[in-house]
Design a protein. Structure first.
Length: 328
């Protein structure tokens, strides 16, 4: 049986190429859509959106106002305001590659195996942010659901720690006001602070890591699904009212960054293909002989990120032991 179609709103350029799209659940306005398009489209001229009509000589129908009206599902075309063709290119920026969190996954590489001592230490240090997040949230912050055990809940990073160098370049570590010891927040980068983590229902965690939905802090922390299949969470509001201490509250800047990744991954062009993480890491290890996976450019990037993520706490422990720190 095939998967659901990802989009029901598609935007073409004057040559018929798909330049953007998303799944309309019934709440995204033309104004919202235009805000999503701004970081994707590169053109020196003023643009407008028209109904796409292949039967018309100029391939378009009426112009759409970028206002609060809801975008109807369908096909549209980007043109000049007078309806004439406009040259458009898409940003070269890509969504940040991200791996699903595997804090309870046995970490094994074949060949060579990572040492049991190293990975046991890693798991122990992961428990700091996981336990602090459980204590703070106690429920899925997307749905508000509580459970009798922790089995159905997982602690999700907003910004992935495998990209800690980019985190530091963007100065996100300077926004963290968490007063917990450095050993509890991922070292001097502070990327494991609970201000960068929140509790999610387990099935939503991988969707979050794949940027399939985002949180908009500028719209009352509303949940927005970028692709199909998220009817149960799209339009909900993130549960944050229980967090009164600002030093442990997730940061708005990180939610904005995560939402941008969703726009880049799922709205830009025809959308990026989704990496089959289960196939590549089916038992928590990875077979380096599978060149159909690891021989590609993306495969090599993901392998590097995976190893970096599994060694993260080990590196943090070394940095703390050596007194390493990040300059502001």
């Amino acid at each position: 049986m095939s998967l659901l179609p990802r989009r029901n709103v598609i935007l073409h350029d004057c040559n018929g190429n798909v330049i953007a799209g998303f799944w309309q659940y019934g709440s995204v306005s033309w104004g919202n859509f235009s805000l999503w398009l701004n970081p994707l489209i590169q053109t020196e001229q003023q643009w407008a959106v028209f109904d796409f009509d292949e039967t018309s000589p100029n391939r378009h129908g009426g112009q759409r106002s970028l206002d609060s009206d809801i975008v109807p599902p369908g096909d549209y075309i980007l043109l000049r305001e007078d309806g004439s063709p406009i040259p458009v290119t898409l940003t070269e920026e890509r969504a940040r590659i991200r791996q699903p969190t595997h804090s309870d996954t046995p970490a094994r590489v074949s060949p060579p195996p990572l040492t049991h001592r190293m990975m046991s230490k890693s798991k122990t240090q992961r428990e700091h942010y996981r336990n602090r997040t459980r204590e703070r949230d106690g429920k899925c912050l997307i749905t508000g659901q509580r459970f009798a055990t922790w089995t159905a809940l997982r602690a999700a990073h907003i910004f992935p720690r495998a990209h800690v160098n980019e985190w530091v370049r963007k100065q996100f570590h300077n926004l963290i006001t968490d007063t917990a010891p450095a050993s509890d927040v991922g070292g001097y980068s502070k990327i494991d602070s609970v201000q960068n983590v929140f509790l999610l229902r387990s099935d939503l965690h991988d969707m979050w890591d794949n940027y399939e939905f985002g949180v908009n802090p500028d719209d009352n922390y509303r949940i927005t699904g970028f692709i199909n299949g998220l009817n149960d969470v799209h339009g909900l509001t993130l549960h944050l009212d229980h967090i009164v201490n600002p030093t442990i509250r997730p940061l708005d800047e990180l939610f904005r960054d995560h939402s941008l990744q969703g726009v880049l991954k799922h709205m830009k062009g025809a959308g990026e293909p989704t990496w089959d993480y289960e196939d590549a890491f089916s038992d928590g290890g990875f077979d380096l002989s599978r060149q159909e996976i690891w021989g590609s450019v993306e495969g090599k990037e993901r392998l590097e990120l995976e190893i970096f993520d599994r060694l993260f706490e080990h590196q943090v422990a070394e940095d703390l032991g050596q007194g390493y720190h990040i300059s502001a």
